[in-house]
Design a protein around this ligand. Structure first.
Ligand code: HGY
Ligand code: MN
Ligand code: MN
Length: 409
């Protein structure tokens, strides 16, 4: 009975589409920023499904939500999870797939009348994206005790509201204790968000780990002045230094090559007017690499460049770390199981690192963890055109089903 158990691909696609209607953007895609009203509505929908499936739902102080399916024995559950918050130009699959595929596994087990020895859990963690409140993976960091709750609650988002205020306004918090996780193993199904699987013709990725992440916010302060009357030699143009940092970040990534990536995603000039030399710029630089030592070198070179160019322009520079994660390796036994199950399903599978951060990278600190990737069309993500074919979604969910069943016995 267990061997030919399958998930229901149509129902999985239907749930993804239903969740995708919340925070839907006019031209397609989603905006459900963490602890926004849209996030709250998405949570209500998913918690409703959890309850329909007979799961006991608990919510902790930052809104991490866990649906628990009893096993024939008590003890730490086998957990599937991910996130349902999105970036402002998000797609329908990033995060959502891992949560809804977990619910699909529960539905398949319920329909087949299968009880597992260990309890099963399906979780979504608050603010995985880190787009509104930094750092990313904030919820799973609190869940695992890696980030103090008080520090998180006082964190101010890019729109000025703190996490604590947003939790109060949206009533997303709950009474479950945070920071003392008891999880037997954690498996996260996720879209690759990159081009590798599709370009090389693989159906599944057995993810070996998550690359290191460094998010830095630079505040550059120069002098507002008249664009027409101020001689070039007298300028202290924060906008110029910001541009030099951005150009250097790209050149640095190209020079280091390999897995090094660099992104200037946010930049705000003040007063941001056509005829005023920029007085102040707040900008972010996202550096990542699978190798921690190289990532540190990249950081040091970037910081030195920012200091040097700011001094040359008579601009001051302040730096704030928004997020910093060293590379994480997943449990090799689980990675091997993902690979073996995918092969047994007749699916082409390859190992690869994750370029994106994930809750699995945080959960790996407290229990054996792994990830299953399925292809992203065109390697596109954090973009409303994000897409993964229904067959790929179902393939990934069936690998998830089999691995969860193995771990729960
Ligand atoms: O930034 C990331 O890698 C993830 O999407 N939070
Ligand atoms: Mn994600
Ligand atoms: Mn994401």
């Amino acid at each position: 009975m267990r061997n030919n158990l399958r998930i229901n691909g149509e129902r999985l696609s239907w749930r993804l589409a239903e969740l995708g209607r919340i925070g839907a953007l006019p031209g397609g895609g989603n905006c459900r920023l963490a602890l926004s009203d849209e996030d709250r509505r998405g949570r209500e929908l998913v918690v409703g499904w959890m309850k329909e499936l007979g799961l006991a739902v608990t919510v902790d102080a930052v809104g991490n939500t866990v649906g628990l399916r009893k096993g024939s024995e008590d003890g730490p559950p086998v957990m599937a999870g991910s996130h349902i918050d999105t970036v402002a130009t998000g797609g329908a699959y990033d995060g959502n797939l891992g949560v809804l595929a977990g619910l699909e596994v529960v539905a398949a087990l319920n329909e087949a009348g299968i009880a597992t020895r260990r309890p099963l859990a399906v979780a979504f963690f608050t603010n995985e994206e880190g787009a509104r409140f930094q750092p990313d993976m904030m919820g799973s960091l609190v869940f695992t005790g890696a980030l103090p709750l008080a520090e998180v609650l006082s964190t101010k988002g890019i729109d000025g509201e703190t996490v604590g205020e947003a939790l109060a306004r949206t009533a997303c918090a709950g009474p479950a204790p945070a920071g003392r996780p008891e999880v037997h193993a954690y498996v996260e199904l996720h879209v690759e968000q990159g081009p590798v699987l599709e370009a090389e013709g693989f159906a599944v990725g057995a993810v070996e780990g998550v690359q290191g992440i460094s998010w830095t916010e630079f505040t550059l302060a120069g002098q507002a002045n008249h664009a027409g009357t101020t001689p070039m030699r007298m300028r202290h143009d924060a906008g110029l230094v910001a541009a030099e940092i951005a150009v250097f970040a790209r050149a640095l990534a190209r020079e280091i090559d390999g897995n090094q990536v660099a992104t200037v995603g946010a930049m705000t000039l003040h007063p941001n007017l056509v005829n005023v030399v920029a007085e102040r710029v707040v900008m972010t630089v996202d550096l990542r690499n699978t190798d921690e030592a190289i990532l540190q070198q990249a950081e040091h070179r970037l910081f030195a460049l920012a200091e040097e160019r700011a001094a040359a322009e008579g601009v001051t520079v302040e730096r704030r770390c928004l997020a910093r994660f060293a590379p994480v390796a997943f449990d090799p036994r689980l990675v091997a199981r993902v690979e073996a199950i995918a092969r047994d399903e007749g699916l082409m599978v390859r190992r690869l690192p994750s370029g994106a951060g994930h809750d699995a990278g945080i959960m790996a600190a407290v229990c054996p963890a792994c990830m299953i990737f399925v292809p992203s069309a065109g390697g596109i993500s954090h973009n409303v055109r994000e897409y993964t074919a229904p067959e790929d979604l179902a393939n990934g969910a069936n690998v998830l089903l089999r691995l969860l069943l193995e771990l729960a016995e």
